[in-house]
Ligand binder design. Structure first.
Ligand SMILES: NC(=O)c1ccc[n+]([C@@H]2O[C@H](COP(=O)([O-])OP(=O)(O)OC[C@H]3O[C@@H](n4cnc5c(N)ncnc54)[C@H](O)[C@@H]3O)[C@@H](O)[C@H]2O)c1
Length: 347
């Protein structure tokens, strides 16, 4: 661990490039292995980052096992189809490796709990990759709420509206297979809004209900959702999402409080407050502009590394990922199709 924490990236698909770059650029981290059952995907990144590709052989039955056998690997970053997350977390933990796993931590509650327990037993750190808290605009929004500029938060409104290209589904068929993905736009996308809302408001979501509509082509998961949720601090949330809306992507969180309102957009945060703020008059909008985020994952990895080296809890512990999975599960429960609850059945 002298030259930093050595990482193996498990899963070199769509998000693999960003993950590899974020690890490679993160202070205190080294990218030492690339792992994918599709060796070509791993090789593409290997060329870009000059890193070894793991292959089965030399006593290993899979590329992942080969990486786990490498003493230079201190930690893994798992970015595979959702149904593989929990078992891969446990496998890495048993090999003594610290773990970052992309959301969701698992496709059902029972597997998530088991993965967390295995990491605890093995004494390794487990973090679920919710990096939005490292985006400059989220940091600013949180600070404005903490400074009391919107007052007590009463209600939040979030929108995720996008037109996912047909090849988003066809090139990775697991995404529209409910048993493999755990669901559609709620578990894939709205969960990042759940996370950001918790970070900005400082309140925890404790209850959610929802209605969903299925995707027509390919069938399997929901394309649209309307969710109502409650925070432990008393505020309520309304969220709308759809993956087949043409036009410009809408990705917004609005926070309304007793004294003012905040709108968090792709590249800006707008504040209207009854307190005089900066040079503005009460009621006037103040706009904070930001560059498009490309470094939040790096920030997330850097704090993970710091926490491991200091033997402290990681930035987004497994239990946080499990709490968000419970909220997602409540939405699906209410809407009548709950793949997350499949885990409640006997194996
Ligand atoms: N695509 C995005 O924009 C995005 C953004 C944020 C988070 N994520 C999350 O990242 C994860 C991966 O998503 P993706 O879009 O990159 O998926 P993907 O299907 O594009 O990539 C997954 C990769 O995992 C590999 N894989 C499958 N089984 C494997 C195994 N047993 N061992 C090693 N590799 C294996 C596949 O070959 C594939 O290359 C998911 O949890 C997703 O929610 C994706």
């Amino acid at each position: 661990m002298n030259d930093g924490l050595g990482f193996a990236l498990i899963g070199c698909g769509d998000i693999g490039g960003l993950n590899a770059r974020s690890i490679a650029e993160a202070e205190g981290a080294r990218l030492v292995r690339l792992v994918d059952t599709n060796l070509d995907s791993a090789r593409v990144l290997a060329e870009r980052f000059d890193v070894a590709v793991s292959t089965p052989g030399r006593g290993a039955t899979s590329p992942m096992e080969d990486a786990l056998n490498d003493a230079n690997v201190d930690a893994v970053f798992i970015a595979t189809p959702h149904d593989l997350h929990a078992s891969m977390v446990a496998l890495a933990a048993r090999a003594g490796k610290h773990v970052i796993v992309e959301k969701p931590i698992a496709t059902n509650i029972r597997d998530a709990e088991a993965a967390i327990a295995t990491c605890d037993e093995c004494g390794v750190s487990l973090s679920v990759c919710h990096p939005r808290r490292y985006e400059e605009k989220i940091v600013r929004a949180r600070a404005l709420v903490e400074d009391g500029l919107v007052g007590r938060v009463l209600v939040t409104v979030s929108k995720f509206l996008k037109n996912k290209a047909p090849d988003y589904w066809s090139k990775a068929p697991w995404r529209s297979d409910r048993a493999r993905s755990g669901g559609g736009v709620v578990i894939m996308n709205l969960v990042h809004h759940f996370d950001a809302l918790q970070v900005i408001t400082g309140q925890r979501l404790v209850e959610a209900v929802g209605l969903t509509n299925p995707l027509v082509d390919p069938a399997g998961v929901e394309e649209a959702a309307a969710v109502a949720a409650r925070f432990d601090g008393g505020a309520v949330a309304a969220l709308a999402a759809c993956t087949t809306v043409p036009g410009k992507k809408v990705f917004e969180d609005e926070i309304y409080g007793e004294k003012g309102r905040l709108v968090v957009e792709k590249r800006s945060v707008r504040l209207q407050t009854n307190d005089s703020y900066v040079s503005g008059r009460p009621g006037q909008w103040t706009v904070f502009e930001f560059k498009e985020d490309s470094t939040s994952k790096r920030g997330f990895i850097e704090s993970f590394v710091e926490s491991v080296l200091a033997s402290k809890p990681p930035p987004v512990p497994g239990s946080y990922g499990l709490d968000l999975l419970r909220i997602v599960s409540q939405v699906y429960d209410h809407s009548g199709t709950n793949p997350i609850a499949l885990g409640e059945r006997e194996p």
